[in-house]
Design a protein around this ligand. Structure first.
Ligand SMILES: [Zn+2]
Ligand SMILES: [Zn+2]
Length: 188
């Protein structure tokens, strides 16, 4: 996902080039497993001070289910849009001026290579949800025996919440007292 943008840096503002790419065996992050290639499309456009790169990538990653803990394959379509500043002025060979807002930008190296890898890594990681489910209706694991409830019910007896049963018996008493009072009123 590296492009030589020497020609584009020499071109007039507004010039753009588009590229399709496909790359096998990319490791984006130490705890993110990418299954198969990353494919994508990028448009790189010359602006006054930088190159604006926008496009998308498609990839399949392995995630683990928040509920049942099983690993599952997850297809992603991730759009991106980033600015790449040259580090060397293409015409003079001198160091290029620093970007105004350095936080949010990437740099083209001094061989005029624009490398999308880090931008794609960041965008993919941001696109992974906090809660990842193998399927929307995943039944999860039994909280007592750990059985995967997607495979059917376990042998644990139905769960009774102690606090709830106390509460319901209290409510039951109140209810019968209320009924007694009502009955007494009728008698009067
Ligand atoms: Zn699951
Ligand atoms: Zn169980």
């Amino acid at each position: 996902m590296i492009f030589n943008v020497a020609q584009l840096l020499k071109a007039t503002v507004g010039t753009s080039i588009e590229e399709n790419f496909e790359e096998e065996g990319v490791q984006l992050d130490h705890d993110l497993k990418v299954l198969g290639p990353i494919t994508g499309h990028v448009r790189m456009r010359r602006t006054n001070q930088c190159i604006l790169a926008d496009g998308w990538v498609e990839l399949t990653v392995e995630l683990s289910c928040t509920r049942c803990l099983r690993d599952f394959e997850h297809f992603m379509h991730v759009p991106f849009e980033e600015r790449y500043y040259p580090t060397v002025d293409i015409l003079t060979g001198l160091a290029a001026p620093e970007a105004d807002d350095e936080d949010d930008v990437f740099y083209i190296d001094d061989h005029h290579h624009l490398d999308l890898t880090e931008a794609i890594r960041q965008n993919v990681l941001l696109a992974i949800p906090m809660v990842t489910l193998c399927k929307e209706e995943c039944a999860g694991l039994c909280s007592r025996c750990g059985h995967d409830l997607n495979l059917g019910p376990c042998d644990c007896p139905p769960e009774v919440d102690e606090r709830f049963s106390v509460l319901s018996s209290l409510l039951g008493n109140e209810l019968s007292e209320a009924q007694n009072t009502q009955a007494n009123h009728k008698q009067l």
